[in-house]
Structures are given as structure tokens and as C-alpha cells.
Design a protein around this ligand. Structure first.
Ligand code: NAD
Length: 338
């Protein structure tokens, strides 16, 4: 391949490769995002404490530091490398843990972020892509699909900490000249999502279909969520990394929903997964979970107007995800036999 062709594919025509720090790059979404930067020619460092991330998720070509984002050594790393961009995915992501132990949540999501931002300030890193959550910062929104300007009234310590991150970044922007974009994700799904945890309903259902176990649905299954494919989320991160932004009037000028704008019920999700997998297992309906939102869909008009929109249909994304999980569980089973 000619040099010019390689540059065109990697997307670095006309600009220098950047030095990017991806925190949480051993996790589900962060590892895909790290791959996205590498594929377009940027240099990538990953900081992750492996509390939920996995070594095998770290893409080839990235420099890995097993370290907490709250570790003072983070500052040495910023000084040493001089990052052009901080892409911040590391977080305590479990809403229930945040309710049981708000201090633990804030230690990672607020104090950890501040450690990174102080390191960035001291070393001259000025651009940040911050990951927020559209599923929690709006609380129980009256308007659906919910636009960025809707009131931010989070109903969990996790939601409060994600919103606090946006507010701290606004402060760093106003006072220290940072440029940042906050991405408010809806429900992200795709390969590498933990099928054993509570969060990833898609991964959980795939696992249940593959093992022939019943699918458990809490409530009547007609609650809806906005499922966005991880590859579309990667493109949102790359786009946000280069986005030119007009002067800001407030928090919502720097925040974009990353979603599809469409709600899908849990029952429909299970139907689609059966269709793409060709597998079927019984469905069992359990009592609804306390405090769970009935419907959640985000309005993506603003980010679409700025050049990003999802490209994968739910069916295609689910097919790719199912195939990946099926391949990994076959490989796991083979390893157990050996
Ligand atoms: N998955 C979703 O649907 C979703 C929705 C909205 C927002 N988000 C946000 O996206 C980001 C990534 O989430 P994910 O779903 O990939 O979860 P994940 O658990 O797979 O990734 C989080 C990563 O952060 C690492 N980490 C946690 N605490 C750390 C610390 N103190 N220091 C260093 N690393 C630490 C973990 O080891 C893990 O690799 C999080 O900020 C989360 O809040 C996710």
C-alpha cells in the first residue's frame, strides 16, 4: 500500500498523529476506543487498574500502565509523555454500588477525574473527551427522546458523579482554558461487554441463549432503552476528539447525546436476538426492579447536526455481538477441555 493510501485509510492526512491517553482502555468501551485511535494513526497509552477490565482487551500497539486514575504517579506519566488528548473512560459504573457506597463511587468518578485533570493542567494537556451518561444525568426526564438541554436531575450517586465531572470540566474550561466534549452515552452494547455482570442486557441474553438457560425479564418486558452499538460509539469519540467548538454558553454546549434516538423494548430485544442467533429459550418474567426507569431514549439531533450519527442497525449490531460472544464461549470451552 502506498504511503498516501495508508494515510488516507488511517485518517491522519494533513495532521500529526496525536499522543492519546485512554483511561479504562482495558474495559469494554475504552478498548474499542483505543483501537479506533490506533487505527487512524494516533499513539495510544492506556491507564487501567484492571478492577473490571481485562489484559486481553488491550489492543496491540497501545502502551499499558496498570495504575489507578487516583494514583499520584499519573502526574509523572502526564509529564513524561505530554499527552495531546485525554479520553476518559475509566469509572465506577455500577449504579447499585454507587447507592450502597457513594464514597467509593465518588473516589473513582470525582477524585480520580480531578487527579487526571490536575495532571493535565500541570503538563499542558488541554483537550479532553469525557464520558458521561445520558441514561442517568437526566434522572426521570419528562421529554423523550431526551435532548441535552433537559433538566439534569440525577437520581443516583453514579448520576451525580457523572454530572459533577461535566461541571468540573466546565470550570477547567472557563478558568484554565481546557477544551472538552462530554459524551452522554445511552445503553452501549457490543463485543467484550461483560456477560456475567448486571449491566449488559445484550451480553447476558446472548449468554443465556448459548447455554440454553431461560431468559429472565424484570417486569413485563415493555420497558424501553436506547441501544447504541459500540462501533458507533467509537466513531463518536473520534469525531469529538477533533470537533471545532463555538464559544460556550454553558454545560450543554459541550455535551452530546450518543445514542440512536429510538427506544427498543426488552421483549423486542429478546426477539431480535433469537432471530439473529437462531436459538430459543424460555422467557421468565420476574417482579420489576425497584427504581428502574420505564423508558429511556435520547435525542441525537445536535450531534447529528455536527456530523456524527450511528451507522449500525440494531439487528446488525446484535448479529455481530452474538457472533463474537459465541466464538469466545467456544474458545473458553475448548480451553477448559485442554
Ligand atoms: N456501558 C454503557 O452502556 C455505558 C453507558 C453510559 C456511560 N458509560 C461509561 O462508559 C465508560 C466505560 O464503561 P464500560 O461499560 O466500558 O465499563 P468497563 O467496566 O468495561 O470499563 C471501565 C474500565 O475502567 C477501569 N477502571 C475502573 N476504575 C478505575 C480506576 N480507579 N483507575 C483505573 N481504571 C479504572 C476498569 O478496570 C475498566 O477497564 C464508563 O465511564 C461508564 O460510566 C457506559
Amino acid at each position: 500500500m502506498k504511503e498516501s493510501e495508508r494515510e488516507q485509510r488511517s485518517g491522519i492526512v494533513g495532521r500529526e498523529p496525536r499522543k492519546v491517553l485512554v483511561t479504562g482502555g482495558a474495559g469494554f468501551i475504552g478498548s474499542h476506543v483505543a483501537e479506533g485511535y490506533l487505527a487512524r494513526g494516533d499513539r495510544v497509552w492506556i491507564v487501567d487498574d484492571l478492577s473490571s477490565g481485562k489484559l486481553e482487551n488491550i489492543p496491540d500497539g497501545a502502551t499499558f500502565h496498570k495504575m489507578s486514575i487516583g494514583d499520584p504517579a499519573v502526574r509523572d506519566l502526564f509529564q513524561e509523555v505530554g499527552f495531546d488528548l485525554l479520553n476518559h473512560h475509566a469509572a465506577q459504573i455500577d449504579v447499585r454500588i454507587s447507592v450502597e457506597d457513594p464514597l467509593r463511587d465518588a473516589t473513582t468518578n470525582v477524585a480520580g477525574l480531578l487527579n487526571l485533570l490536575e495532571a493535565a493542567r500541570a503538563s499542558g494537556t488541554r483537550r479532553v473527551v469525557y464520558v458521561s451518561s445520558g441514561g442517568v444525568v437526566y434522572g426521570e426526564p419528562e421529554e423523550r427522546p431526551t435532548p441535552e438541554l433537559a433538566p439534569k436531575l440525577p437520581l443516583s450517586p453514579y448520576g451525580v458523579s457523572k454530572l459533577a465531572g461535566e461541571q468540573y470540566l466546565h470550570y477547567y474550561r472557563e478558568v484554565h482554558g481546557f477544551e472538552y466534549v462530554a459524551l452522554r452515552y445511552s445503553n452501549v452494547y457490543g463485543p467484550r461487554q461483560d456477560p456475567h455482570g448486571e449491566a449488559g442486557v445484550v451480553a447476558i441474553f446472548c449468554n443465556r441463549l448459548l447455554s440454553g438457560q431461560e431468559i429472565q425479564i424484570f417486569g413485563d418486558g415493555e420497558q424501553t432503552r436506547d441501544y447504541v452499538y459500540v462501533k458507533d460509539v467509537v466513531q463518536a469519540n473520534l469525531h469529538a476528539s477533533d470537533l471545532g467548538l463555538p464559544p460556550s454558553r454553558g454545560l450543554d454546549d459541550r455535551a452530546f447525546n450518543v445514542a440512536t434516538g429510538m427506544g427498543t423494548s426488552v421483549n423486542r430485544l429478546a426477539d431480535l436476538l433469537e432471530a439473529v442467533s437462531g436459538l430459543r429459550t424460555p422467557r421468565v418474567f420476574r417482579s420489576p426492579r425497584k427504581g428502574e426507569l420505564r423508558h429511556s431514549t435520547l435525542d441525537i439531533t445536535r450531534f447529528s447536526a455536527r456530523g456524527w450519527s450511528p451507522r449500525h442497525s440494531l439487528k446488525d449490531g446484535l448479529r455481530e455481538t452474538f457472533q463474537h460472544i459465541a466464538r469466545s464461549s467456544k474458545a473458553e470451552a475448548a480451553a477448559e477441555v485442554r
